[in-house]
Design a protein. Structure first.
Length: 363
């Protein structure tokens, strides 16, 4: 068995074990753990400097002595836990690493009640982050662009039966509705419905802006980044959550959408830069130098970035479109040898530069 398959199986076994143990707890203990998990999740997502949580007063465990599950008491002096404090507040440091270290310590306790409680709390926190804090989306399928590792292009033919009756395909508008008539459903455009979460789609497949402004598109991208961040927080607290089907479904759905929309935003901004250059050239306001900052989406870092380069040095030099072509080609040559980029990000950035070059190339 390969190392990768062995690791995956280990994570699945651990996730199944924790899930079974959690389900074996009495309902009142489950609700208590879920309440504590919500507090922990909120603390982590909001990057708070301090976390407080309480272990349950008792948990059910398998006792070899009697060969069946039985409740055992958690020591009262170990139930209240506090991690972080004023020092973190002064340094603006969040408490994630300290919380993870404390849970590790508690799980390694020789007291079975303490170790089991900590393990259950870790499971509950990771599950809450994935299942409760993140909206579920549509069933989607993406394909890869050429030989890229991450599928980002939605496959067509997955249109909903009705955008009026499915909440995942329409927005329920706020405000008072007529009694007995229900909420008004405003359907998403077809281009948005091809993605996992249509409410955060800002561009169609031709890079046309579907929302009111670039700022709104950037806000959608920020929402998707936060979604991914919450998934990362869950896996950092409990790595075995990677084996959860819901985690995998949400990660697949949002990751393809995020990269697709991030690249579209970069291309849209590049087109706006091209328009601005042409307008300024026509008005004769580019004769004192020109330096460009070209946007691109880094799918390795999962964030927007920029590359800057000089087109015309400062001074009284008349603008000529060929200067832009030359600068784009020189920057392309540099990026072809730049080892900081993964292949898909490099390909995207080179396409941005080619777009710039083609816009000013005069045969």
């Amino acid at each position: 068995m390969s190392e990768n398959k062995s690791s995956t199986r280990h994570l699945r076994d651990e996730f199944s074990e924790k899930q079974t143990l959690f389900n074996a707890q009495p309902g009142i203990v489950q609700r208590f753990l879920e309440a504590q998990a919500r507090n922990i999740a909120d603390t982590l997502v909001e990057h708070q400097p301090q976390a407080k949580f309480t272990l349950p007063d008792r948990v059910v465990v398998d006792l070899p002595q009697i060969d069946q599950p039985a409740p055992i008491t958690v020591p009262a002096n170990q139930r209240e836990q506090t991690v972080g404090g004023l020092g973190n507040r002064l340094t603006r440091k969040d408490v994630k690493e300290e919380l993870r270290h404390r849970l590790n310590e508690l799980e390694q306790s020789p007291d079975q009640a303490i170790s089991t409680s900590a393990g259950l709390l870790r499971f509950a926190a990771a599950t809450h982050l994935v299942h409760s804090m993140l909206p579920s989306g549509r069933t989607v399928e993406y394909r890869s662009d050429d030989d890229e590792d991450i599928p980002t292009i939605p496959i067509t033919g997955l249109e909903p039966e009705s955008a009026i009756t499915q909440d995942s395909d329409a927005i329920a508008e706020d405000g008072k509705s007529d009694e007995g008539r229900g909420d008004l459903q405003v359907p998403f455009v077809p281009a948005a419905r091809r993605f996992y979460l249509p409410q955060w789609v800002a561009f169609d497949d031709l890079d046309n802006l579907l929302v009111g402004s670039v700022k709104e598109a950037e806000a959608h991208l920020a929402s998707m980044h936060r979604y991914i961040e919450i998934l990362h927080v869950a896996s950092s607290i409990a790595p075995y959550i990677l084996a959860d089907d819901e985690y995998q479904k949400k990660r697949y759905g949002i990751l393809g959408q995020l990269i697709n929309q991030g690249r579209a935003l970069a291309r849209y901004k590049t087109q706006e830069i091209i328009k601005t250059i042409k307008e300024r050239a026509q008005n004769g306001t580019l004769n004192r130098g020109l330096r460009l900052t070209l946007p691109y989406y880094d799918d390795q870092e999962l964030g927007m970035s920029n590359t800057s380069f000089e087109v015309i040095p400062s001074g009284r030099i008349m603008f000529v479109p060929a200067f832009v072509v030359r600068a784009a080609r020189e920057e392309t040559a540099k990026r072809l040898q730049d080892t900081r980029f993964n292949p898909s990000t490099r390909k995207h950035l080179l396409a941005q530069l080619k777009m710039l070059e083609d816009a000013f190339y005069q045969a």
